[in-house]
Design a protein around this ligand. Structure first.
Ligand code: GDP
Ligand code: IMO
Ligand code: MG
Length: 433
């Protein structure tokens, strides 16, 4: 299957584990054949890395289509947008010769805006929670989605660019939050006028980018353009289907694509799951196959497993076929891209979690439920490793036999085709099967 065939009928790219599966790399690879790239969930909690011609770039809010001159990039309604971070990214890219203008980026007027009091609340809640904190990125993601649900205290992009409405809203909301934050967290009051002035200016800068992205999507689909939906975060971090409460605050599985992108369900035909050859997790929460030992350290060092957004060391462990298979099934995955296979080179043995037991009895499949996950014992299958470095391989057939066997075994366990195998961070280190 070629990358173009994979995209036939528009592709949703979704992480099957706890994030950082290499979605950025794969979307960038597929974007060669796409005209539109859409971010539909999450916000600056995401960190997507691409490596182009020996240079490494990270995006948090911008779709990675900005690195392809002919691509139109959309930030859709399901995203929570921090305008300070957005323009920080745009300015940093401009300094590197990459241009992001209204000609290649449109932002939905329905997108909710992350405000300074959202970040303050995120940080205050995390600090106050002591031992039971979620380990958020402190980017204000949860409080912004909470305001979206509250409605009366929300600020959307349409409000940000309407000066009068912004002034009234910010005045009311900040006055309200000052009382709350002082009582709950002992925080000093925020100056609503200063916040209003800063965000008014940001709104003016954002105005030329603002559009009806749903309309753009529907028109693009009708015109037969190829669209790639760039998932952020991952299925096991989905607010409904992930390992709640250790999740993010949006429906970041493929199930959230349609509401988050404002796209008709029929406009997406292919659901490409991204999974790494092992597991990682940042922040708190259950992680049955975690290896808090020399193996975990080996993976962390070789995979450079440090957060793209926060720099935190990622927790590392063996591939969990029970959890990942749950994601494959729930998201209706039509094909898989397996990433970071090269990280496992050099290990004598590689383990795969093929089952869980609870109180000595086998569990039937995955339960995204804390009480169950906290008590499970992991059943492992062991496979022989391989010694060779594989980043220079150009075809699947060039991989050492044990690496091929490992991929084939994962494919069997997932019951889904592994169509892409990534063996290095560069665009070229991508094998099609
Ligand atoms: P995302 O959030 O899913 O886009 O993933 P991140 O960019 O946060 O983390 C993935 C990391 O792995 C990045 O540093 C990528 O450059 C890197 N990466 C992606 N694919 C591969 C691969 O196949 N091999 C290696 N060694 N690194 C990879
Ligand atoms: P990408 O798109 C890894 C995790 C955080 C934390 C939890 C809640 O790069 O794969 P939040 O700030 O969203 O309230 O944090 O979710 N998390 C991610 N972990 N990759 C991500 O995105 C993540 N987005 C959120 O670490 O545990
Ligand atoms: Mg990431």
């Amino acid at each position: 299957m070629t990358a173009l065939e994979l995209l036939d009928g528009n592709a949703c790219i979704v992480g099957l584990q706890w994030g950082d599966e290499g979605k950025g790399k794969i979307v960038d690879f597929l974007a060669e054949n796409a005209q539109v790239i859409v971010r539909y969930c999450g916000g600056a909690n995401a960190g997507h890395t691409v490596n182009i011609g020996g240079k490494k770039y990270s995006t948090h809010l911008l779709p990675v289509g900005v690195f392809r001159p002919t691509v139109m990039n959309l930030i859709a309604n399901g995203v929570v947008l921090d305008p300070v971070k957005l323009f920080g990214e745009i300015d940093a890219l401009a300094a590197q010769g990459i241009s992001v203008t209204p000609a290649n980026l449109r932002v939905s007027y329905k997108t909710h805006v992350v405000m300074p009091y959202h970040q303050a609340e995120d940080a205050a809640r995390e600090s106050a929670a002591e031992g039971s904190s979620i380990g958020t990125t402190r980017r204000g993601i949860g409080p912004t989605y909470a305001d979206k649900a509250h409605r009366s205290t929300a600020i959307r992009v349409a409000d940000l660019i309407n000066e009068d409405r912004l002034k009234t809203r910010v005045g009311e909301i900040v006055t309200d939050r000052n009382v709350m934050f002082a009582a709950l967290y002992g925080l000093p009051p925020m100056d609503w006028k200063a916040i209003f002035e800063t965000y008014r200016a940001l709104g003016q800068r954002l105005a030329p980018f603002v559009d009806d992205t749903s309309r753009v999507l529907i028109d693009s689909w009708k015109a037969g353009k190829t669209i790639v939906f760039e998932g952020a975060n991952a299925n096991l971090l989905d607010v409904d289907h992930g390992t709640y409460p250790y999740v993010t605050s949006s429906n970041c599985s493929a199930l959230g694509l349609f509401t988050g992108a404002g796209a008709p369900p029929r406009s997406v035909n292919s659901f490409v799951g991204i999974m790494k050859a092992y597991c990682t997790r940042v922040g708190g929460g259950p992680f049955p196959t975690e290896q808090d030992n020399a193996t975990g350290e080996y993976i962390r060092t070789r995979g450079r497993e440090y957060g793209t957004t926060t720099g935190r060391p990622r927790r590392c462990g063996w591939f969990d076929a029970v959890a990942t298979r749950y994601s494959v099934e729930l998201n209706g995955i039509t094909s898989i891209a397996l990433t970071l296979l090269d990280v496992l080179s050099g290990l004598d043995e590689i383990k795969i979690c093929t089952g869980y037991t609870l109180n000595g009895k086998p569990l039937n499949g995955f339960r995204a439920d804390m009480d169950t996950l906290a008590g499970v014992e992991v059943v492992y299958e062991t496979m022989p490793g391989w010694k060779e470095e594989i980043s220079g391989c150009h075809a699947f057939a060039d991989l050492p036999a044990n690496a091929r066997r490992y991929v084939e075994r994962l494919e069997e366990l997932m019951e889904a085709k592994i169509a892409i195998v990534s063996v290095g961070p560069q665009r070229e280190a991508t094998l099609l099967r």
